[in-house]
Structures are given as structure tokens and as C-alpha cells.
Design a binder for this molecule. Sequence first.
Ligand code: C2R
Length: 185
Amino acid sequence: MGSNTKPLVAILMGSDSDLPTMSETGKMLDRFGVSYTMRITSAHRSPGKTHELVKTMDEQGVQVFVVGAGLAAHLAGVVASLTAKPVIGVPMGGGSLQGVDALYSTVQMPGGVPVATMAIGRHGAKNAGVFAAQILALKDDELRDRLAAFKTELERSVEDKDDKLTSELKDASEAIAELTRGGDR
Ligand code: C2R
């Protein structure tokens, strides 16, 4: 999705070890037909490249930055310091503190430099994709319709699960009743 079309979303991550999680953001954006690009850069390990990359992407028309990082996760905050576009942070799970370190590093931004922080790990990465699409949908009616259809799909999937459970419980209780009747005979 990233290469042919001008990317509206930039997915940045601190290391290739974040890729399995951050690819969930990409899958979600694919689903909504939103163009994106993905890059690895680190505020800690490659500060110059991070600065240049964010400035260039900003100038080239990226509208939303989604940033995943783990441990002492400063990348999203640094990206937010370099652009006036919205920055969505995804704290990676794992590490000695199971992602709580990354969560706090990402969410506890000082006033004036917000990072919209998602849940730790895969759920956060998925939600970052949805949230980025929601921001872009403010000016894109077709995208808003796709998001509305996604909501309906979510609702339907819960109903399907509930129907399945209800029918399994009904079958089980009928089987028990049948066995009990057998015992009475
Ligand atoms: P390695 O797997 O490369 O050792 O990286 C990465 O996001 C990754 O989750 C371990 C973790 O370090 C994180 N990292 C940051 C930053 N750069 C890399 N938090 C940063 O600039 O904030």
C-alpha cells in the first residue's frame, strides 16, 4: 500500500523487533484502503536520521504518524516534538517490565506535545490503524463509510458468538434433560 500511492500515514518503529506488532497497524490501514509507509528509525540510536525522516515525511504530506517503540520508548515523543501533525504512540509489550515501561514513556508527555497513546502491543497497534483512519475520515466521506461498516461488522461478530454460545448451551441442556428422562424410565 505504501510504495505506489503517496502515503497519508507513516508507521515508524524503533527496531525491526517491533515489526510483527506494528504490521497490525498496516493490516488495519490496508483494510480501510489508507496509504502508508513503514520505516525503522530510533531517537536513541539514530537521532539524526529520525529528525530528517520526520521533517521530510511531514513536508511530503504525511498526515498522521503512528509510532511504535518498546522499553524506554522516547521515539513517539521525539516525533511529536518535530511535527504539528497528530502522533499516535504504540507501546511495545515484552521486556522485563512487560511493556509498562514503554506505556509510561509514551503516555506521560509534558503539556504541549501530545502523543495519543494506544494499548500495549498488538491491540494497541490495531487500534492505532483504526484511530489514524478515523482522523483521516474527518475529511473523507468514503473512509467514514468504511469505518461505519467496520463497526457494524464488529457488532455482528459479537452477535454471532453470542448466538453460537446460546445454541451450544441449549443443546447441552436438552442433552442433560434427555439423559435425566432416560434415568427416570
Ligand atoms: P532491539 O530489539 O533492537 O534491541 O530494540 C525498540 O522500539 C525496541 O522495542 C529493543 C527496543 O528498543 C526500542 N527502541 C526505542 C527507541 N529506539 C529503539 N524505544 C527510541 O528511540 O525510543
